[in-house]
Write a protein that binds this ligand. Structure first.
Ligand code: SAH
Ligand code: SF4
Length: 344
């Protein structure tokens, strides 16, 4: 809830209006129980506790990289579902990568998050709780958020929209839109809906292939909206928002890392103010993808840069802790469901 929504609730309980600001202040600090709101009278705390619920995430596993301090969390939600989150440290501050769904129904062939399909959407509070927990657990201030964990944010549009409003509220966490990136596999209808909001967030497109046949094999979403429709949506989005767009490209050895791919990629991105991030694909045990060599990555980047497409090779963080999404949940979820494979 926003502070004004809390104020109307408080009024409907015939309590003093200033209580709303007190409650909101506690919530914005990540307080997880009414009992901890010590400047509120005990009877009111009890009343609130009977009527309302503060969603939180419970840490099931926490892994910290000894290489770069990246922290990976496996969280449990109120109904026992599990999601992943990552805290990364950059020169410009701390970034939290949050999940937006339990599982994902987009079914991209290289991704561990979508293997079992979608379990459910996260609500806005469950997204906020991931940010609060990362901050509290590590005693830091979060400066950036990326919606790049489990799930397709544009397949959970209303909750994501609500989260963006709440997390950027200057009275609350106050993480400005310019410090938030939303990544999509290419849900074109959602890109247009997002453009309507005209928020100065960064839109990140998981492109991964410059040819329709190749992309459709990797990403089912391409069968619904092909590359031409996706690129058109990006151009329209840019026209409305004036924002630079990021394109993610996971480099898979012998699949999408050829010279022909680089040339075609440069062709389709021509005329878009954009940035390409090359990421070595993270091998997942359920598929046989192998990451391109460093040499191939650099050559691909050089080629694109030479063709006028601003490209960087993304630095890998948390290499020692399985920091990319979906795998951790599967590992521990299988165990929870008692799969035979994990019998110990
Ligand atoms: N559903 C959204 C956001 C979550 S996925 C999307 O697809 O964009 C976040 C990013 O991780 C996406 O760019 C996705 O393509 C990428 N990704 C998923 N599995 C990967 C893997 N095995 N190796 C490298 N990147 C991967
Ligand atoms: Fe879903 Fe993104 Fe994974 Fe595709 S890459 S299955 S859209 S989380």
């Amino acid at each position: 809830m926003t502070q004004s929504e809390i104020a109307s609730e408080i009024e409907s309980l015939s309590e003093k209006k200033f209580r709303a600001a007190q409650i909101y202040k506690w919530l914005a600090m990540g307080t997880e129980s009414f009992e901890d709101m010590t400047d509120i009278s005990k009877p009111l705390r009890e009343k609130l506790d009977n009527l309302y619920f503060i969603p939180s995430v419970k840490t099931v596993k926490r892994f910290e990289s000894s290489l770069d301090g990246t922290v990976k969390y496996l969280y449990e939600l109120y109904d026992g579902e599990r999601i992943e989150s990552v805290l990364m440290k950059y020169n410009h501050g701390y970034t939290v990568c949050i999940s937006t769904q339990v599982g994902c129904r987009m079914g991209c062939s290289f991704c561990a998050s979508g293997i079992d399909g979608l379990f459910r959407n996260l609500n806005a509070s469950e997204m906020l709780a991931q940010v609060f927990n990362a901050a509290k657990d590590n005693g830091i201030r979060v400066s950036n958020i990326v919606l790049m964990g489990m799930g397709e944010p544009l397949d959970n549009f209303d909750n994501v929209k609500r989260f963006l409003e709440l997390v950027s509220d200057p009275v609350g966490l106050g993480i400005g839109y310019r410090h938030i990136s939303l990544s999509t596999s290419g849900v074109v209808s959602g890109i247009y809906k997002l453009a309507e909001l005209n928020l100065p967030i960064t839109l990140s497109i998981s492109l991964h292939a410059p040819f329709d046949n190749m992309r459709s094999e990797m990403m089912k979403v391409n069968k619904k909206w092909n590359i031409e429709q996706l690129i058109k949506a990006c151009k329209d989005y840019q026209k409305t928002t004036g924002r630079r767009i990021s394109f993610e490209y996971a480099m898979i050895k012998g699949v999408n890392d050829t010279e022909q791919c680089a040339l075609q990629l440069a062709k389709i991105l021509k005329g878009i103010m954009c940035h390409v991030n090359l990421i070595p694909v993270n091998p997942v045990k359920e598929n046989s993808y192998v990451k391109s060599d460093r040499r191939e990555l650099e050559a691909f980047a050089e080629r694109l840069n030479g063709l006028g497409i601003n490209t960087t090779v993304r630095r890998t963080l948390g290499g020692d802790i399985d920091a990319s999404c979906g795998q951790l949940r599967r590992k521990y979820d299988e165990k929870r469901r008692g799969n035979f494979e994990n019998l110990q």
